[in-house]
Design a protein around this ligand. Structure first.
Ligand code: FES
Length: 115
């Protein structure tokens, strides 16, 4: 009756890539539907973030990763991979981030659950 159904939300996850496709510390770009998503691995965790900087139209997946941040290679703004918030200028708007889960050897992302 209008309540959130958690099991339905679990069904929103779609396979993004094989875990082995993502460098131990690095990022790859995938398309989920029409959405470009950077799959990022750092410190043993896997993150998913919209693969377009909020400052200009460049892919974040080509930037450097440090702990829980990814740096835009063009002007150097860093984004928090857990919240999508920019940590430094010139970007000032957040980038969507998405929940991930590992199932077997694969990475799954729910792009319907932006946070
Ligand atoms: S394009 Fe990303 S910080 Fe300018």
């Amino acid at each position: 009756m209008g309540d959130l159904n958690l099991s339905d939300h679990m069904n929103d996850y779609v396979r993004a890539c094989a875990l082995a496709d993502v460098p131990e510390v690095g990022a790859i770009s995938v398309e989920i539907g029409d959405t470009p998503v950077a799959i990022v691995r750092s410190n043993g965790q896997v993150y998913a973030i919209y693969d377009v900087c909020s400052h200009a139209d460049v892919p974040l997946s080509e930037g450097d990763i440090e702990d829980t941040t990814i740096e835009c290679w063009l002007h150097g703004s860093r984004f928090d991979l857990t919240t999508g918030n920019p940590i430094g200028l010139p970007a000032f708007r957040p980038v969507p981030v998405y929940p991930t889960k590992i199932d077997g050897d694969d990475v799954f992302v729910s792009i319907n659950q932006e946070s």
